[in-house]
Design a protein around this ligand. Structure first.
Ligand SMILES: [Zn+2]
Length: 432
């Protein structure tokens, strides 16, 4: 469909680990640079005007964004380590495919400029802070702090950027670029099973749970694993292990989720008692107080130095935009199944929208399902900065994400492109 399958195929092997089958697309790594090249080529192939902003985000414009704020869509191309194929690339590939679809329908000049964006370092796999590109763009992340972030090799982001031929002195809030975004729509693979339960291939985000990352340092004393009596040891692995179990128990009790997904042990020898265990906690819940309460309780219960590395408040997407997007996306159900096309004026009629679309959660009658997510996104960062933003989710049959198992049916991906195309069309007409 409109080049979707070809683009998807072209990305399949970039940064793929032969052993795990997962993707390793750390920001500014070789695979990431190859993906940036790919983005530039796709933009050039379509004659879009492209540039990379001061924070490493890539933009491709159809129409002149300096003339009027545009309708922007896109996502990111980096991945978590051993991540899946869909988280991020689905939104970027669908964005280009939607441009193709609009052109195939005869649109030669969109009523509003349309932008395709690839945000830099969304996952934070390398430097530990997520959404670096969009946070710098909106001024949420301090540029000096960003420049000083270090990767596992001890290299700072500033050094890594210089090596990639970029200038780190330009990092920071970018009003000129921000002004060009009239509205942002990010299409993303769903990272749960909400849509499976509604029977719909495409849904719309209502909110992003508040979430954060905390670094916990458990200090001890390095010693010999064979000659040191148990009673003489100061082994930080023990309080760390207790903290892992405590986080799970507290999260269950408070209705939150908590994960230790990354840990570094020094000196890191199998035959040495550790001198330091450094672990990262990711915690999320529907309400901010719940997350903060969880971290406070865990901090009080374990002998560790706890440092908050990132915090994202709850994001409620703009309700009017959300309902509009849900109506437009949902109204296309007829096209997906070969049923009679539903006219725009009738999208709010459940009886016209097909039986299975009236089930599950519908904030807009007849519209696509509207559901919250526990995952952070660039759309959330932009929404938090006051940019009208919305998200489309494409059904994920197992709900698994951040794993090689992450999946969406090709037909559902195409439905996502169809929905995104309609939403772009609609928003181009709406903006004044
Ligand atoms: Zn993502």
């Amino acid at each position: 469909m409109n080049g979707f399958d070809g683009m998807w195929g072209a990305l399949a092997e970039v940064g793929r680990d032969r052993h795990t089958g997962g993707y390793r697309r750390d920001a500014w790594s070789e695979p990431d640079l190859a993906l940036r090249e790919w983005f530039a080529e796709e933009a050039d192939r379509r004659g879009l005007s492209r540039y990379e902003d001061r924070n490493g985000n890539q933009w491709a414009w159809w129409g002149d964004p300096s003339a009027a704020p545009g309708v922007v869509t896109g996502s990111h191309l980096d991945s978590v380590r051993d991540g899946g194929a869909f988280d991020g690339p689905l939104g970027v590939v669908s964005a280009f495919a939607a441009v193709d679809e609009l052109r195939a329908r005869g649109v030669t000049t969109p009523p509003r400029p349309i932008g395709v964006v690839c945000f830099s370092d969304e996952e934070g796999a390398r430097f530990g802070v997520p959404c670096v590109g969009s946070r710098l763009l909106t001024g949420v992340l301090d540029p000096a702090r960003a420049a000083g972030l270090t990767d596992d090799a001890g290299d700072t982001l500033a050094e890594v950027l210089r090596r990639a031929g970029r200038d780190p002195s330009g990092l920071g809030r970018d009003d000129e670029t921000l002004r060009r975004i009239g509205v942002f729509v990010e299409l993303h693979v769903e990272q749960g099973r909400g849509l499976v339960e509604t029977g719909a291939p495409v849904g719309v985000a209502s909110a992003i749970w508040p979430h954060g990352r905390w670094r916990l340092d458990f200090a001890g004393r390095a010693d010999h694993a064979g000659t040191t009596a148990l009673a003489d040891r100061d082994d930080p692995m023990l309080p760390y292990a207790r903290a892992v179990l405590a986080a799970r128990e507290i999260a269950e009790r408070r209705g939150a989720v908590a994960t230790f997904g990354r840990v570094r042990v020094a000196p890191g020898s199998a035959n040495a008692i550790p001198s330091l265990v450094r672990a990262w906690l990711d915690a999320r819940a529907p309400e901010e107080e719940t997350v903060r309460g969880l971290v406070a309780e865990l901090s009080a219960a374990c002998p560790a130095e706890v440092v908050c590395e990132s915090w994202t408040p709850v994001v409620e997407f703009d309700a009017v935009l959300r309902d509009r997007v849900a109506a437009v996306a949902g109204g296309l159900r007829g096209r997906f199944t070969g049923e009679p096309e539903i006219l725009p004026g009738n999208v709010a009629e459940p009886s016209r929208a097909g039986g299975d679309w009236t089930e599950g959660r519908r904030d807009t009658p007849g519209g696509a399902p509207v559901l919250p997510t526990g995952a952070g996104h660039d759309a959330g960062v932009l929404a938090g900065a006051g940019v009208p933003s919305a998200m489309l989710f494409v059904r994920n049959p197992t709900g698994v994400s951040h794993s090689p198992e992450e999946f969406a049916e090709r037909e559902d991906c195409h439905s996502g492109v169809t929905a995104l195309t309609a939403v772009l069309e609609d928003l181009c007409g709406l903006l004044v």
